[in-house]
Design a protein around this ligand. Structure first.
Ligand SMILES: *Cc1c(COP(=O)(O)O)cnc(C)c1O
Length: 485
């Protein structure tokens, strides 16, 4: 075994990994990456089909991001945000604010304040603590603010974030450490008990037959909590698509309806865009080879976020994974003047938000993020993403011939392919059959790397992925499914 792999086996404990299985096989040791390609220490190339666990946007070693980091490196890598401002963090805050607010409103941006942290979990912790204290300060100190999130939700692994989550497998063991939150049905059309349609060879959102019972349940949940004289402080959600829940996309119209309900009950909106942010949920335009025709009225900038794409401005916008283009760990929680103001006061009133991390506002991360956002706003990047989105859709259609593919769910530049025993019955594989893991292992043998969520195979190509590379990703998936069952 390679000496680096040996050291890994001897000492490294991997996240979300059954280490007994891990220790049975020599791991792939990544040595370098370029564009959508990862290279291991033996010189074997793989396609990075999940953008290095949903973080990478423009591919590895993008010259613009590399040089932004190197330029910053020659000035300073890190100084503390406790007591000092710095250049890239200030510039990035302005850029994020203008990206998160539609241009029509830049005079008075609604999300005008940026609290930096390190990763998705901490971005959610910050939103959670701010929303909690804001609610106590505005509704009265005796109130115990309560949160509502979606069934199957995943918002990170720190205790606050885990409390918001509703994936039993991850969360059950820690029940005793968590605070209580409520959950409400999320619109998982493919397996929705209210969907009366028979399975078809198409995205379940398209052929579903229902009466928006899921929205009715959200309304019910809010009404029930109101009766307890403690209306929900905040509604927490991943907009347009839930990631770790199994790539669960929301049917068109759902998000607008439920956020409206939440607002009408006085709840704050916490949008977790850790996965969906920075263009991942797609581009609204028509493409014909060289030109893009923008078909929405909203300016391009606002559409970098899923909430912006559907015209929702939340009270908290949490971003991480793709913020730095996937190069460095950095996160941000954007919020409003209204929330900010609730923490103002005389020093001795101690209304300060007592929260912060050592690397808050890190210069290298901020420099990378600025470069990434600049790339995202170029016409070339928009065109490329629009094309990739279309090509992804075309390639995915070839998978419908497989009897073990039950549902194909694409939102922009991310897709979940749900594996089943038989598409006609939707019968799921038991988790212990490791169907998703087996398919991903077979894909790796074919030079394509991704990680399943249960029985759902994730395809989330870096934005620089070429048509040939995309074809290879999908054909590796097709071959792997054929081989595995
Ligand atoms: C990954 C993820 C998180 C957690 O982010 P980390 O950087 O892993 O802490 C939170 N929310 C969503 C939607 C995610 O996809």
């Amino acid at each position: 075994m390679n000496p680096l792999a040996q050291l890994d086996h001897a000492h490294v404990w991997h996240p979300f990994t059954q280490m007994r299985d891990w220790l049975r096989r020599e791991p792939i040791v990544i040595a370098s990456g370029k564009g959508a390609v990862l290279r291991d220490i033996h010189g074997k190339d793989y396609l990075d089909a999940n953008s290095s666990i949903w973080t990478n946007l423009h591919g590895h070693q993008h010259p613009k991001i590399n040089s932004a980091i190197t330029r910053q490196l020659k000035k300073i890598s890190h100084s503390s945000a406790l007591g000092f401002a710095n250049e890239p963090a200030s510039l990035l805050a302005e850029t994020l604010v203008s990206a998160a607010n539609s241009k029509l409103k830049t005079q008075n941006p609604k999300l005008g304040k940026v609290f930096y942290s390190d990763d998705g979990s901490t971005a959610l912790e910050v939103a959670l603590k701010l929303a909690y204290e804001f609610t106590r300060r505005t509704r009265g100190k005796l109130v115990k603010p309560r949160f509502l999130s979606l069934d199957g939700a995943y918002h990170g692994d720190t205790i606050g974030a885990v409390s918001l989550g509703h994936i039993d497998l991850f969360h059950k063991a820690y029940g005793g450490m968590l605070f209580a939150t409520n959950k409400v049905m999320s619109p998982y059309c493919y397996r929705c008990p209210f969907n009366r349609a028979k399975p078809e060879r198409s995205d379940a959102r398209k052929y579903r037959k229902c009466n928006w019972e899921c929205v009715g349940l959200v309304e019910k949940k809010f009404a029930a909590q109101k009766k307890k004289n403690n209306s929900y402080a905040a509604f927490v959600f991943e907009p347009l698509m839930q990631g770790a829940a199994g790539m669960i996309p929301q049917p068109s119209g759902w998000l607008g309806q439920v956020t409206e309900i939440a607002r009408s009950h006085g709840a704050l909106l916490i949008a977790d865009e850790v996965m969906t942010g920075f263009g991942r949920t797609g581009v609204t335009c028509h493409v014909d080879d060289k030109t893009i025709v923008d078909v929405s009225e909203k300016p391009m900038a606002a559409k970098l976020f899923a909430t912006g794409r559907v015209g929702i401005v939340p009270d908290f916008l949490c971003v991480a994974k793709g913020l730095t283009g996937g190069y460095l760990p950095m996160a941000a929680t954007l919020t409003t003047q209204r929330v900010f103001d609730a923490f103002l006061g005389e020093y001795e009133e101690f209304k300060t938000f007592f929260h912060g991390h050592s690397f808050t506002g890190n210069q290298l991360g901020a420099a990378a993020a600025l470069a990434s956002l600049e790339i995202l706003q170029t016409k070339q990047s928009v065109l490329q993403r629009a094309k990739l989105q279309k090509q992804l859709h075309e390639e995915l259609q070839t998978l419908w011939t497989l009897p073990n593919v039950g549902d194909i769910r694409q939102v922009g530049l991310v897709a979940g392919i749900e594996l089943v025993k038989d598409w006609r019955t939707r019968e799921p594989f038991a988790l212990r059959e490791r169907a998703g893991i087996r398919v991903c292992e077979a894909m790796a043998k074919r030079g394509v790397l991704t990680r399943p969520v249960g029985n759902v195979i994730v395809l989330m190509p870096p934005y620089c992925t070429t048509r040939e590379q995309l074809q290879k990703m999908v054909s590796a998936l097709r071959e792997a499914v054929k081989k595995s069952f």
